[in-house]
Design a protein around this ligand. Structure first.
Ligand SMILES: [Zn+2]
Length: 128
């Protein structure tokens, strides 16, 4: 018997990876840092696991993040990932995250995309 679900699944263009590519220790450090702030922390991952914090320049840092272009230029091609936290504890991508992932994907940027909460680090991948 075939069961057809009458409700179409929500169309999303990203994947929540089953396991985060960051080392356990790196994930733990990011979660601890995130838990200490009421605003979104953000920064880059260099190589496999090196955390490089950046200043969140957003006007609404409690619910968004923004990184100055000079910060990106400083590390250039050595950047392999970008992270930010969600102080609310919600570990799914916001609309702004979807737009950010889409922008990076369309620009051909290979960065990994991490959302950090005080409880975990989730890696997302835009699939177009
Ligand atoms: Zn976010």
């Amino acid at each position: 018997m075939t069961i057809i679900d009458p409700v179409a699944p929500a169309q999303v263009n990203w994947l929540r990876l089953a396991s985060c590519s960051l080392a356990e220790e790196t994930q733990r450090l990011l979660s601890v840092r995130a838990s200490r702030h009421r605003f979104e922390i953000c920064g880059f991952i260099i190589g496999e696991n090196e955390i490089v914090p950046a200043i969140n320049t957003s006007d609404t840092p409690n619910k968004n993040f923004s990184i100055a272009p000079e910060e990106t230029e400083k590390y250039g091609a050595s950047i392999t990932g970008i992270y930010h936290s969600h102080p609310s504890g919600f570990n799914g991508p916001s609309h702004a995250d979807e737009e950010g992932m889409k922008f990076l994907y369309r620009a051909g940027c290979p960065w990994r995309y991490f959302i950090v909460t005080s409880g975990d680090v989730i890696e997302y991948k835009w699939i177009g």
